[in-house]
Ligand binder design. Structure first.
Ligand SMILES: Nc1nc2c(c(=O)[nH]1)N[C@H]1C(S)=C(S)[C@@H](COP(=O)(O)O)O[C@H]1N2
Ligand SMILES: [Mo]
Length: 201
């Protein structure tokens, strides 16, 4: 039982607690960007899924918003140590996009890429089952540009570096291919509950 958390008074949906080695950032939401925040309007935003799929597809803003939305209410965990409890995002679950492109049976991994050039790799299984979203809103408001607006990947059960801001697409592969931080020594999967911070953890 983490005592400090009991004093925050924030409503909690599920008391999942802090993963090992993490601390509660409270109300703060730090910005962590390797790039300068791009000037990306909804009109300029697109999302594409390509690689090992039956039918590659690009969605624009309106097409992506035509898909059924759902919300994530829960926690996020940054590999630098901060966790944030009870965040609320809404967007379209990746399952809805993947249903359209129909991944090949051989597809096991994905590289997520941003409009800025940032990349991060994930097992495809972590993007399905209602556990990953293209998120458009936080706390009922459009996602702020510094937090990835107009749209970011959200994979909250993994360390937050997997949640690529200014998401542009996913490339489906039959092998794992390290992204930006992973080439610099970070873990391929990044499960905070198993403290998979660095490759070899
Ligand atoms: N495009 C892009 N996405 C990114 C990053 C980045 O530098 N560029 N940083 C990652 C890291 S390390 C974290 S912790 C979160 C931070 O998101 P935030 O700035 O909204 O807190 O975004 C992830 N997604
Ligand atoms: Mo991070």
């Amino acid at each position: 039982m983490n005592v400090t958390r009991g004093f925050t008074g924030r409503p909690r949906v599920a008391d999942a607690g802090l993963p090992p080695g993490q601390y509660d950032a409270g109300e703060d939401w730090p910005v962590l960007s390797a790039e300068v925040t791009p000037d990306l309007s909804p009109a300029d935003w697109t999302f594409r899924i390509d690689g090992l799929v039956a039918a590659e597809r690009t969605w624009d803003w309106d097409e992506a918003h035509a898909l059924p939305e759902s919300a994530y209410e829960g926690d996020i965990h940054c590999v630098t140590g901060w966790s944030k409890f009870g965040v609320r995002f809404s967007g379209v679950p990746l399952d809805a996009f993947l249903d359209v492109v129909r991944p090949d049976a051989a597809a096991t991994h994905a590289v997520a890429y941003s409009h800025t050039g940032y990349t991060t790799n994930l097992p495809l299984a972590d993007l399905t089952g209602g556990r990953a979203w293209i998120a458009f809103a936080h706390d009922g408001k459009p996602l702020a540009p510094e937090h990835g607006g107009p749209a970011r990947l959200l994979v909250p059960h993994l360390y937050f570096w997997k949640s690529a801001k200014w998401i542009a697409g996913l490339r489906l592969l039959d092998h794992d291919e390290p992204g930006f931080w992973e080439r610099n020594g970070y873990h391929g999967r990044g499960n905070p509950w198993e403290e998979q911070r660095y490759s070899g953890d």
